[in-house]
Design a protein around this ligand. Structure first.
Ligand SMILES: [Zn+2]
Length: 124
């Protein structure tokens, strides 16, 4: 904490860990729900399959977010947290609060999004 040039990321670490625990709880709940749905003797197989697909997708998103949180915690440890991986500039504290797992500053993220939009609209 007294190291020069180092942020005190303690509050952010706490946020990330709390968020991670919530996600983990939710993903576990989805897993349980999934088992319940599969156990039930449903006459409508289509609904059952659809329900399972949705639950699986939610579970996958949760796992992906957990991995992003782990990566963010790793970056904090490595002293790379809060630094844009594209331009090397500082990511604003407001952005880090809003998107704690972000690896890009707002400008870079926006130019990425703009590029993706351009590519999508150029398709036709
Ligand atoms: Zn940047």
């Amino acid at each position: 904490m007294t190291q020069t040039g180092q942020h005190d990321w303690a509050p952010q670490i706490e946020r990330l860990q709390t968020w991670r625990a919530e996600l983990l709880a939710r993903t576990t709940q989805i897993d349980r729900e999934l088992d319940r749905v599969l156990d039930r003797d449903m006459e409508d197989q289509a609904i059952q399959t659809e329900h399972r697909d949705v639950a699986e997708k939610l579970g996958a998103v949760g796992l992906r977010e957990i991995r992003a949180i782990d990566a963010a915690l790793e970056r904090i440890k490595a002293g790379e947290y809060g630094i844009c991986r594209v331009c090397g500039g500082d990511i604003s504290p407001e952005r880090l609060l809003a998107v704690p797992t972000t690896t890009e500053c707002r400008d870079c993220a926006q130019s990425h999004a703009a590029k993706a939009r351009n590519m999508a609209s150029r398709g036709h």
